[in-house]
Design a protein around this ligand. Structure first.
Ligand SMILES: C[S@@+](CC[C@H](N)C(=O)[O-])C[C@H]1O[C@@H](n2cnc3c(N)ncnc32)[C@H](O)[C@@H]1O
Length: 232
């Protein structure tokens, strides 16, 4: 099967979903180009997805499952069970936090976990810590919406809450990474609303996040900036 973006779109049967992929070119950059080909490396992948709504990410994961004989488990608080009719798909009506209910219906380990429900740092962090153990070594935990650039003042999607939530999520992921550098690698994509890709490299238990202790707003840095300004 040919793996170009155009071929992938051709395979999408649902007209509305296809239209979204066509119209929002940012999706191509932050999803398709950021990890689609990488996901095709997994044979018989097991994928856990949190957040279905339009079915955009679901359509991509199902395409991968179809090519590599995988299985996708999608969770949402709203009933999207009729959105796709696919033997490779299981929909579970549940809140992402409801680990007890979800664990009864999913396998123990996953190659890919994708999070796209509530884009707030505390929530993302909670779900990441809850489900990280379910990821195999060499597996990917993908977190959607970590870029705030398009939500900044005057930018194309100017939005106060989305800007601060996405930026806080990005910073929280750095705080987690700072204390887990031997447990996983992390890569960020800033196209459109952005995404983070965590590659699990050890089976050790995750450490708690630590503060970044940035010097950005320190008196020393303010003095440095003032000095540069005065010299101009
Ligand atoms: C941004 S949309 C997902 C978009 C989807 N990934 C796509 O590509 O079309 C967020 C989804 O998360 C669901 N959701 C919100 N809070 C949730 C929660 N706590 N647990 C499970 N699903 C949740 C919403 O019902 C909605 O369908």
């Amino acid at each position: 099967m040919i793996k170009s973006f155009e071929d992938f779109k051709e395979r999408i049967e649902d007209k509305e979903i296809k239209q979204i992929w066509d119209q929002l070119t940012g999706l191509k950059h932050k999803f398709f180009e950021f990890f689609y080909t990488e996901l095709l490396q997994y044979k018989n992948p097991t994928i856990l997805e949190f957040g279905v709504r339009h079915g955009v990410s679901t359509s991509m994961f199902l395409d991968i499952c179809k090519q590599n004989e995988g299985k996708l488990y999608s969770i949402d608080i709203n009933d999207y069970s009729k959105k796709f009719s696919d033997l490779n798909w299981k929909f579970i009506l549940a809140e992402d936090k409801d680990q007890k209910k979800i664990e009864n219906e999913i396998p123990n380990k996953f190659d890919i976990i994708f999070l796209d429900t509530i884009h707030k740092a505390d929530h993302v962090s909670e779900i990441f810590y809850r489900y990280y153990d379910k990821l195999k070594i060499g597996g990917l935990f993908i977190i959607d919406d970590i870029s705030w650039l398009l939500y900044t003042k005057g930018a194309e999607h100017d939005h106060f809450f989305k800007e601060v939530n996405n930026k806080e999520t990005f910073n929280r992921l750095l705080e987690i990474y700072k204390n887990n550098k031997t447990n996983f690698n992390i890569t960020f994509n800033f196209c459109y609303t952005g995404a983070a890709k965590v590659l699990k490299i050890s089976d050790d238990k995750l450490n708690e996040p630590v503060k970044l202790n940035s010097r950005e707003f320190s008196i020393k840095n303010l003095a440095r900036k003032l000095y540069i300004k005065l010299r101009k």
